[in-house]
Design a protein around this ligand. Structure first.
Ligand code: AGP
Length: 608
């Protein structure tokens, strides 16, 4: 997510903005900038790279004079990291400056409208359209212009706005992206998150969607879209800075688990338009799709586990053979891959050494590379022929959760896109699948609403020596991820097995009290999985099962059951993984582990 800070008062704004942005650095970013309203003009500086580059360039803010301003740290979604793509963005006459956190889903349509009105654009961002759009509607009343602009915009946003036509005033508005107002003594602030202003004030307004902030000198007004004043409760923040950085959560991991509904929605919804899949960023033509001979999916760790799900989903929807491989193996095995093959590289960081090497290996052999990446402008994204970005926002915790979940959606989107274009998905199936995939955010939201049963069960099981995960079909794919999540943050030995493999060896490991986590969401395989549960129970195992709501038969065999909301079996992995993330998290917390920074692990493995 990007970071926004705004200041209006009687002190020099630039140093305050830089200090606020520094407190938001933990959110992850690739560029930064500030704009200051100095009487009759806006002065601005923005740069790619760390905040220090910006601060050094403006001598700690000394170079930009003025007591009103807005600042921004950018996590790129549209437009690679660069000086010109950094925020703030100016309107064409330089009279309005704006910073943005979120995604403008219909920015291409708005851009076309504005270009037809003679507007020109200097950046590749979605955000720039908004500064011009407000200018387009501006006729002397900034609130009216903002209201007209947000009625045209589709997507998520938190905006900070200043204008030379409104000296002494600061504006803001939000929808889906967080924004707060900091209430000081004769000075006020706006910010994406509490840490940015905690050193100045602990009294804040939490803004709701479509609430417009109008700060004039020391006077703070919050208006609705009908320009009626909204009475806001002052919230006094009693968190410490560390807790504030995690939005009040104890760890980034639980915060990022809770962010999954929005991360999934941000990744999927902009790509379903008018009942069709719209993948602007993929230039694969219909002809190329119809001549595809084979698809490879390559990644490491959790990214590889996404590929294991991807294989099932893409083969089912496209009937094209899919091979999924560990990048560290693919790169050294002289793979039989070449022209006419599609290689999908999955990587949250876009910098994993083995995955980058596998990408280069595939390209040298003539394959087309499509990468699924969370970091815009990362090495893997820059060397790919096509990139399908996940819009999960920065993922700080080493153990991936929301990036994994959004990568899963990318698999569904790619499978649907190819299956629709190569005729393997009928119109009726397309409607069904598009309807189902759009229910995932709310269904994930339902699961994370009530974590108590999992928290309680984890408090009973965190002393386990070994924990086994079992599943069949797509449940096996998710079992792999559940086992990795558990072992990497709790250090408990864990294995995941295709349940049908039990009798080929692993069942000899089952002893009295061994915890087995059985995933049973696939209707066609449920009876077989139930037999596997009976087999391990007969040997003394304790079974924690996950099943779809309504399938209460599982309770006859399992000792503890968590249900996921009903969903087409194909999409169940998006839901099944969430209880496993939560269970692993609470087990690790009970063990007192360093959840966000597990021993020996790094967030991005940029070396072999
Ligand atoms: C997942 O929780 C781990 N942190 C690790 O397996 C990770 O998925 C793997 O290192 C791949 O990283 P990437 O997605 O950035 O390429």
């Amino acid at each position: 997510m990007c970071g926004i800070v705004g200041y209006i008062g009687n002190k020099q704004a630039a140093p305050i903005l830089l200090g606020g942005l520094e407190k938001l650095e933990y959110r992850g970013y690739d560029s930064a900038g500030i704009a200051i309203l100095d009487g009759e003009k806006i002065t601005m500086e923005k740069t790619k790279g760390r905040l220090k580059v910006l601060s050094d360039k403006i001598h700690g803010g000394e170079d930009l004079k003025g007591t009103i301003g807005i600042g921004h740290t950018r996590w790129a979604t549209h437009g690679a990291p660069s000086d010109i793509n950094s925020h703030p963005h100016l309107s064409r006459n330089g009279r309005i400056a704006l910073v943005h956190n979120g995604i403008i889903e219909n920015y291409l349509q708005i851009k076309a409208l504005l270009e037809s009105e003679g507007y020109t654009f200097v950046s590749d961002t979605d955000t720039e359209v908004v500064s011009h759009l407000i200018d387009y509607y501006y006729n002397g009343n900034m609130i009216d212009a903002i209201i007209k602009a947000i009625h045209r915009i589709e997507g998520s946003y938190a905006f900070g706005i200043i204008s030379v036509d409104h000296p002494g005033e600061l504006f803001a508005v939000r929808k889906s992206s967080p924004l707060i107002v900091g209430l000081g003594n004769g000075e006020n602030y706006i910010a994406s998150d509490i840490p940015a202003i905690l050193s100045h004030t602990r009294d804040v307004y939490f803004l709701e969607d479509n609430e417009i902030v109008w700060i004039k000198g020391a006077d703070v007004k919050v208006l609705d879209v009908y320009k009626h004043e909204v009475k806001k409760e002052v919230f006094h923040v009693d968190w410490d800075v560390s807790a504030a950085e995690k939005g009040g959560y104890e760890h980034f991991m639980i915060k990022e688990i809770m962010e999954q509904p929005k991360a999934i929605e941000d990744t999927v919804c902009p790509r379903i338009q008018g009942g069709n899949i719209v993948l602007d960023d993929i230039k694969l033509t219909k002809e190329q799709i119809n001549s595809l001979k084979k698809i490879y999916i390559i990644g490491c760790g959790s990214a590889y586990h996404v590929g294991v799900v991807g294989k099932y989903v893409i083969e089912k929807l496209t009937r094209i053979p899919v091979e999924v491989e560990l990048a560290s193996e693919f790169r050294y095995r002289d793979p039989i891959v070449g022209k006419g093959d599609l290689v999908i590289i999955i990587s949250q960081s876009g910098e994993t050494a083995d995955s980058l090497a596998a990408l280069r290996e595939a390209k040298v052999r003539g394959a087309r590379v499509l990468s699924v990446v969370n970091v815009v402008g990362s090495s893997i994204s820059r060397e790919s022929d096509d990139v399908l970005y996940t819009w999960a926002g920065p993922e700080i915790s080493v153990a991936t959760t929301k990036a994994y979940s959004t990568q899963l959606q990318a698999m569904y989107l790619i499978a649907l896109h190819i299956g629709i274009n190569n005729g393997k998905i009928s119109e009726e199936e397309k409607e069904h699948y598009l309807a189902e995939i759009q229910t995932i955010p709310s269904k994930v939201g339902k699961i994370i609403e009530d974590v108590a049963p999992l928290q309680n069960y984890a408090s009973k099981k965190y002393g386990s020596k070994d924990i086994f995960f079992l599943g069949r079909g797509l449940d096996y794919c998710v079992a792999l991820e559940g086992s990795l999540k558990l072992k990497e943050i709790s250090y408990i030995h864990s294995e995941a097995y295709a349940a049908g493999e039990l009798k080929h060896g692993p069942i000899s490991l089952i002893e009295d009290g061994t915890l087995v986590i059985a995933l049973a969401t696939q209707d066609s395989l449920f009876e077989k999985l139930l037999s596997n549960i009976k087999e391990v129970k007969a040997r003394g195992a304790t079974v924690f099962a996950i099943a779809q709501e309504g399938n209460t038969e599982i309770e006859k065999e399992a000792d503890f059951v968590v249900y996921i909301p009903k969903i087409d079996n194909l999409f169940a992995p998006s839901l099944t993984v969430v209880p496993l993330q939560l269970f692993s998290y609470y087990v690790a917390v009970n063990k007192g582990c360093d959840v966000d920074k597990p021993r020996n692990l790094a967030k991005s493995v940029t070396v072999e």
